[in-house]
Design a protein around this ligand. Structure first.
Ligand SMILES: CC(C)(COP(=O)(O)OP(=O)(O)OC[C@H]1O[C@@H](n2cnc3c(N)ncnc32)[C@H](O)[C@@H]1OP(=O)(O)O)[C@@H](O)C(=O)NCCC(=O)NCCS
Length: 461
């Protein structure tokens, strides 16, 4: 308990922490510039805001009240939904930083758990903080025994993402405290955050075992986070999985590289749900559903399926490349393109190197890697991809690493979800700590029928 108090004090007093610096930063973020909007012959001044890395925004919060107009922004491509202090991306330059620290430095020198702490609490942990965080993860890794009955209810072969989302939400039912907990009840947040990070790994491994009809394997106290996940995935009741340090490190790196990515589809979903004051587990469960689709976290699975298809067809990649440029083919080069990156995704660079390393260590010659490299080379010199600034993203090579480790295809998006958990938790925290936070509720422009009247069924033609 003493340790908990120590951690809570550290967190609230550190510079960079949301609550401590919000007021000071907010004042400095408003620029003197105002934008002028002219509508129906009248001019409306709109305040502007600038972020700490120079990103500029026009504040339209009062637009409808003042003008009667709303903004329309397909896919929210120009909409800033919040002020955030967690992750910075410069898509033009290919820069990604968690709490100011470049992803390259973290990939080389940190671990997933240390990075998770950084993302959630805003600073690198001291030794004592890291030990305390690890202890909390260990203490909270076991699922309530009754949750096993829920796993039994899923058919063998159910997709593990469906189970993951359902079971994260179900886990909240086994914690009376969580149901009644609200922001302001203090340091229990640390416990719930650790519980979510830890249990999501247990749920993910159980989901896989269930989907294969295999006996469940419990976590071991002695193992660290990623080693424990591999143990729960691959050990047998009669024989422990042989934990190779290179394999543990490769998977840990994948988790770390996914830890946060600012306002992507799933994180925005988590914030949306959290804005209604739903609990942390319910918000994360919604994030898993948003992540599942092939345009987002399901892309790693889609990439390997695409490479397998090309391999089966005996194509050297050129036929498939041609199809991805034809809008009527319904095909895309999966693992390429990004809403924000208009340059090489820095995570893809790191993963590509890790992919080469792990395959070499494990003495695996994967024909899919050769196809992937050929596709990349071709795309980087093809005017269709060059003009649209389509580069490999994080999902292009991560699947080949996971395949080499023995992780089955349908688990790829689950691995992404485990990695993204710290980011979702940090964003949940921002919503809860921001006293100005309002429920997320976009508007629409209605394009349906105008006033129409009810016709009794016997009079309808
Ligand atoms: C990530 C993604 C959803 C971003 O979408 P977006 O920002 O809405 O970009 P758009 O779909 O508007 O694409 C812009 C243009 O590039 C094309 N394009 C985008 N990604 C493409 C891809 N992977 N293959 C072929 N063409 C692609 C679009 O067809 C569009 O062409 P147009 O201007 O001639 O109409 C999109 O690039 C994609 O579907 N990529 C593949 C899936 C993937 O890897 N997702 C993981 C992201 S981490």
């Amino acid at each position: 308990m003493r340790e908990l108090c120590f951690l809570a004090c550290q967190i609230s007093l550190r510079p960079g922490d949301f609550a401590a610096t919000f007021a000071a930063n907010e004042a400095s973020m408003h620029m003197n510039n105002t934008a002028q909007l002219e509508l129906d012959g009248r001019a409306f001044p709109l305040p502007t805001t600038i972020g700490t890395e120079g990103e500029k925004a026009i504040d339209v919060s009062a637009l409808r009240n003042n003008t009667g107009y709303i903004t329309l922004d397909d896919g929210y491509a120009n909409t800033g939904s919040c002020l955030s202090r967690i992750t910075f991306i410069d898509g033009e330059q290919g820069i990604l930083r968690y709490r100011g620290i470049p992803i390259e430095e973290l990939a080389e020198r940190s671990t997933f758990i240390e990075t998770a702490f950084l993302v959630i609490y805003g600073h690198l942990p001291t030794r004592a903080e890291l030990r305390h965080f690890s202890d909390l993860l260990t203490e909270n890794q076991y699922l309530h025994e009754d949750m096993k009955y829920h796993f039994q209810g899923f058919p063998t072969g159910a997709h593990p993402m469906a189970m993951l989302s359902a079971m994260i939400n179900a886990a909240s039912c086994f914690d009376e405290g969580l149901m009644h907990w609200h922001w302001g009840m203090g340091r229990e947040f640390e416990v719930y955050a650790a519980r979510l990070i830890s249990q999501v790994r247990t749920i993910a491994a159980f989901s896989y075992r269930k989907s294969r009809g295999l006996p469940l394997i419990y976590p071991k106290k002695a193992y660290k986070y990623t080693a424990n996940f591999l143990h729960m995935m691959f050990s047998c009741p009669y024989e422990d999985y042989d934990l190779k340090p290179e394999v543990v490190r490769a998977l840990d790196l994948i988790f770390l590289l996914h830890a946060d990515h600012e306002q992507n589809c799933s994180t925005a979903t988590v914030r949306m749900v959290a804005s209604s004051q739903a609990n942390l587990f319910a918000s994360a469960s919604a994030g898993v559903c948003a992540l599942w689709g092939p345009l987002h976290g399901g892309a790693n699975q889609a990439v390997v399926e695409m490479l397998q298809q090309i391999h089966r067809d005996g194509d050297d990649g050129s036929k498939f490349m041609a199809a991805t440029k034809d809008k009527h083919s319904g095909k895309r080069l999966m693992g390429f393109g990004h809403r924000i990156y208009k340059n090489y995704d820095p995570r893809a660079k790191i993963i590509k190197q890790a992919c080469d390393d792990i395959l070499k260590t494990l003495h695996i010659a994967d024909p899919l890697l050769e196809i992937a490299k050929k596709l990349e080379e071709a795309a980087l010199h093809d005017s269709y991809f060059v003009e649209r600034k389509l580069y490999p993203n994080v999902d292009f090579y991560s699947g080949i690493i996971m395949r080499a480790i023995g992780i089955p295809l349908e688990m790829f998006p689950v691995i992404f979800a485990i990695g993204r958990m710290p980011g979702w938790i940090a964003n949940y925290r921002e919503i809860m700590e921001d006293q100005k936070s309002r429920i997320y509720r976009p508007r629409q422009v209605y394009m349906g029928p105008t006033l129409n009247h009810f016709v009794p069924i016997e009079e309808r033609t």
